[in-house]
Each structure stands twice: as structure tokens, then as C-alpha cells.
Design a protein around this ligand. Structure first.
Ligand code: NAD
Length: 470
């Protein structure tokens, strides 16, 4: 039976909240800290704040009995053996990670240290952050024997965050002290021993008692680099296939066939070889920039990362040109837009290519009716409704009387639309799909002009259904 450990998780966002709920699910006692009073009050009142499968049920199970919420970091520090820092590390103007939130937490923790504590970097931070945190704490007069700082990067994906946390490919612990490593190993032991997966009510996923996740023990610097290098590599895969998709378009090949042919090579693998409108989200853009910036500061030439970013920015512009090519001119055109989140399964719109493209289309004079299954509430905060922009209640309302339908986000429900109904709802049966959710031939047979990424445009093979305004 694994030991229950008292943990503080600082930052109740996508990572912190999921980590807190999952640590409780693993049998630990968790104090979840945030300096946003409204967030803490909402969490205490039963709100989940973010859209993630299994999160509502876990928070309902442990709220007040395993997980508590507070704004009081000092008290949470005093009461906890391990303090996980999961605050934001946004991109600064120069591309560096802005570590001021991490520093603020480290200093406040330092002011409240009473006995030995393990301070855990869960936020994504550049190499050497561990040393800076140690220095900041020592400056508060805390002796080195009173604390250790370890790196435990998080690899969860939004949309499947809870399952990813409890069924990780690997758990990376960068620790330069045995004492700290032992505590982290104890925290994760319900997963690494397979004990958790024996439970009948365990959240389902890929790990099992027979195949538990490995825990990789490394130096702190290696762990910090593992996280940045992993995200940069995934972004590189996306930019690579996007560049290949442009080549396919010009050569008259089909990027889906090419990606499949590449992905079946076990050395390459099929994941993250999905062409589209570029990567976005709160991690890849800032992590690639931060990794590039770290390389520059260390005097290492890593120009490959600059190219990854360039291709990504270009991909959005190419898609805008594609929309224009379908409609001739954009001014005054009505577009139905499907997707606001940066990917399907989440309500996160941070650095979403969909939001960037909507802004570009509005600047070109389009009228937009946009729908997303989860992200409308967040989108309204940054792009309020106005004369040229409205939010629809479903995909068909967004398509009503539109000159074309544009797909920006790979939600499952957008891949399963009632095409006959859609054809009758649109003014013109034109679909411009930034996520390749449909087969060009099938769309042509359904009467659509269909443009996608890295594949030839397909045209109706029969008369389109009479355009009826509904
Ligand atoms: P987020 O913005 O959703 O949450 C951060 C939270 O920290 C906010 O609720 C904020 O109020 C709180 N906070 C800020 N300063 C604080 C302070 N001084 N005291 C207490 N709370 C404070 O961010 P996120 O998406 O959860 O990301 C957190 C970190 O994890 C980042 O470094 C990110 O790169 C990394 N990460 C994110 C993901 C992801 O998919 N979102 C995945 C892996 C790693």
C-alpha cells in the first residue's frame, strides 16, 4: 500500500488543477493554491473551470476530502512535504520564458519554510531554472539542508489531461538529491507499481498493472531539457508535415497518403504527422521560442527551431490565401466558422490558429458566424460579438446562408456532420477544411466544392442540392 503524502500544488490552471485531482486520486492529500481569489471561490463552490474529461468526477469525489482550495500559499507550504509549482511561464517579448510567476512562488515558499521541503518544478521552465530557484530561496536565509528543488515536467495534453496524467508514457524526475528523489518516487508509486490500475474505479487508459509507466530519474538539468526538447520536437514534426503538405499541393500528391506512408515506419510513427493550419496552444509556440532563446543564450546555433516557427506562421497565411482562392474576394463574404479552440477536446483558445485566422478574416472585411463545442465562452472574452462577428449555437446555425464553411479545429463532431443538411443550409456548398476531416472524393459526391490541406481541391460530381435558405 503506497504512502499518502501531503502535497501543495501552486497554480490551479490546466496543469495544477489536473495534477491536484490526480494526486488525490492516487491517494495523497492535496492543497491546491491559486492567487486568483475568484478561481479559488469558484473551485470551492463546485465549478471545474476548465473543460477536461473525468475532471468533474474526480473533483466531485475529492473536493473537501483529499483536495482543498486556498489562496494561502504560506500555510499550504507549512503543511506540505512537497510543493509543486504549476504556475504559468508565458512567453516574454524576447521569446524567453517569463519566470516571474515561478520566482514569486519560490520567494513566498522560502518565507514560509519551517522543516524540510521538496519544491517541484511542474511548470515548463528552461534549463538552469532549478539553480535560480535554489538561489532565490537561499537568499531568504534558508539553509540548503532545508529544501531540495527537483524538476518533474508535465507532458499531459489538454483534452485528455486526466487520462494522460494517470497513464503517462513516462514520468521524468530530475533530482540531484536522493532524499528528494525518494519523495517523488513515493508520490508516483501508485502508478509506477501498477497498484492504481488494480482499482475497479481507476480512470481507464493505456497503462495497467502489467504495464505500468516507467519513472526516469535524471539530473535536474536533463529533466528541464527533456521537456523543452520534447515539445520542440513535436512542433517540428507538425511543421515538417505542413511543409510536405505544401509540396504535395504543388506536385499534385495527397499529403494524407504521404503521411500514412511515412507514419507506418516505426522509426517515424504516425502521431503529430497531421497537416493543418499550424500548431498553437499555450505550450508549443512559447516552448519552441523559449528553447530557441535558451540555445541563443548558451551560444548554440539551433536555427532549425527558427525554421519550425517560420513554417508555422506561414501555414496560417497559406490557409487564408486558400480561403480567398475559393471565394475570389473576401470583403463582405459571410463565412461559417467551425472551431475556436486550438485543438479539439479543449476550451483553450490560447495561441489558437483559429482565433488568429478569424482576426485576419475580419480584417479582410468578412462576416463571421463561429461555433465551437466548448470554447465560445472564452472566445467572447477576447473577441466580443460585433457587427461582423457572431457566435452560433451549433454547426448548422454557423453555416446558415454562408458563402462557405471553414473548419479550423479538429473536433470529432465536425468530422461527423450531416452533409446533406449542411449542403441545404449553406448559400453555396463550399467547405474549406483546415484539418482534413473529410475525404475529397466523398465530398465531391455529396455536391461540395471541397478544399483541404495538401490535397487537390475536389468539385461536385453531381448537381449540388438546391441552395435553400433556412
Ligand atoms: P494556467 O494559466 O492555466 O494556470 C496557471 C495558474 O497559476 C493560474 O490559475 C494563475 O492564477 C496561477 N498563478 C499565477 N501566479 C500565481 C501565484 N503567485 N500563486 C498562486 N497561483 C498563481 O497555466 P497552465 O496551462 O496550467 O500551465 C502551467 C505550466 O505548465 C506552464 O509552464 C505550462 O507551460 C506548463 N504545461 C502546460 C500544459 C498544458 O497543456 N496547458 C502541459 C504541460 C505543461
Amino acid at each position: 500500500m503506497s504512502k499518502s503524502i501531503q502535497i501543495a500544488v501552486v497554480g490551479s490552471g490546466y496543469v495544477g488543477l489536473v495534477a491536484a485531482a490526480c494526486f488525490a486520486e492516487m491517494g495523497h492529500r492535496v492543497i491546491c493554491v491559486d492567487n486568483d481569489e475568484r478561481k479559488v471561490a469558484a473551485l470551492e463552490n463546485g465549478d471545474t473551470l476548465i473543460h477536461e474529461d473525468h475532471l468533474p468526477e474526480l473533483l466531485a469525489r475529492y473536493r473537501g476530502d483529499g483536495v482543498s482550495f486556498t489562496t494561502d500559499l504560506a500555510e499550504a507550504t507549512r503543511e506540505s512535504e512537497a510543493i509543486f509549482i504549476a504556475v504559468g511561464t508565458p512567453q516574454s517579448e524576447s521569446g524567453d520564458a517569463d519566470l516571474s510567476y515561478v520566482e514569486a512562488v519560490a520567494c513566498e515558499v522560502a518565507r514560509s519554510i519551517t522543516g524540510y521541503k521538496v519544491i517541484v518544478e511542474k511548470s515548463t521552465v528552461p534549463v538552469y531554472t532549478n539553480e535560480w530557484i535554489c538561489r532565490a530561496i537561499e537568499r531568504h536565509g534558508i539553509d540548503r539542508s532545508q529544501f531540495d528543488v527537483v524538476s518533474n515536467p508535465e507532458f499531459l495534453r489538454e483534452g485528455t489531461a486526466v487520462a494522460d496524467f494517470l497513464h503517462p508514457d513516462r514520468i521524468v524526475v530530475g533530482a540531484d538529491s536522493e532524499r528528494a528523489a525518494d519523495i517523488l518516487e513515493a508520490i508516483y508509486s501508485p502508478l509506477t507499481t501498477g497498484e492504481y490500475y488494480q482499482r475497479p474505479d481507476a480512470i481507464p487508459g493505456v497503462c495497467s498493472t502489467a504495464a505500468p509507466p516507467p519513472l526516469l530519474l535524471t539530473s535536474t538539468k536533463s529533466a528541464e531539457i527533456i521537456k523543452h526538447a520534447s515539445n520542440a520536437f513535436l512542433a517540428l514534426k507538425i511543421s515538417f508535415i505542413n511543409a510536405v503538405s505544401n509540396l504535395c499541393e504543388t506536385a499534385g500528391a495527397d499529403v494524407e497518403q504521404v503521411a500514412r506512408g511515412m507514419g507506418l515506419d516505426s522509426r517515424i510513427g504516425p502521431r503529430f504527422l497531421r497537416p493543418g493550419i499550424g500548431y498553437g496552444g499555450s505550450c508549443f509556440p512559447k516552448d519552441v521560442a523559449a528553447f530557441r532563446s535558451v540555445a541563443e543564450q548558451l551560444g548554440v546555433d539551433f536555427g532549425l527551431l527558427t525554421e519550425v516557427e517560420r513554417i508555422n506562421a506561414q501555414q496560417k497565411k497559406r490557409f487564408l490565401s486558400k480561403i480567398r482562392s475559393a471565394l475570389w474576394t473576401l470583403r463582405g463574404k459571410r463565412l461559417g466558422v467551425l472551431g475556436l479552440a486550438f485543438k479539439g477536446g479543449t476550451d483553450d483558445i490560447r495561441e489558437s490558429p483559429a482565433i488568429d485566422l478569424i482576426r485576419m478574416l475580419l480584417a479582410e472585411g468578412c462576416h463571421i458566424s463561429a461555433f465551437d463545442p466548448a470554447a465560445v465562452r472564452r472566445a467572447i472574452e477576447v473577441m466580443p460579438e460585433g457587427p461582423a462577428l457572431e457566435y452560433a449555437d451549433d454547426a448548422y446555425s454557423a453555416a446558415r446562408n454562408a458563402d462557405a464553411l471553414v473548419i479550423f479545429t479538429d473536433w470529432n463532431e465536425f468530422a461527423n456532420l450531416d452533409l446533406e443538411r449542411l449542403g441545404k443550409t449553406l448559400r453555396y456548398p463550399i467547405i474549406i477544411d483546415g484539418r482534413n476531416l473529410y475525404e475529397p472524393q466523398a465530398m465531391a459526391e455529396q455536391g461540395f466544392t471541397y478544399l483541404s490541406v495538401g490535397r487537390a481541391t475536389s468539385y461536385p460530381v453531381r448537381q449540388p442540392a438546391a441552395a435553400v435558405s433556412t
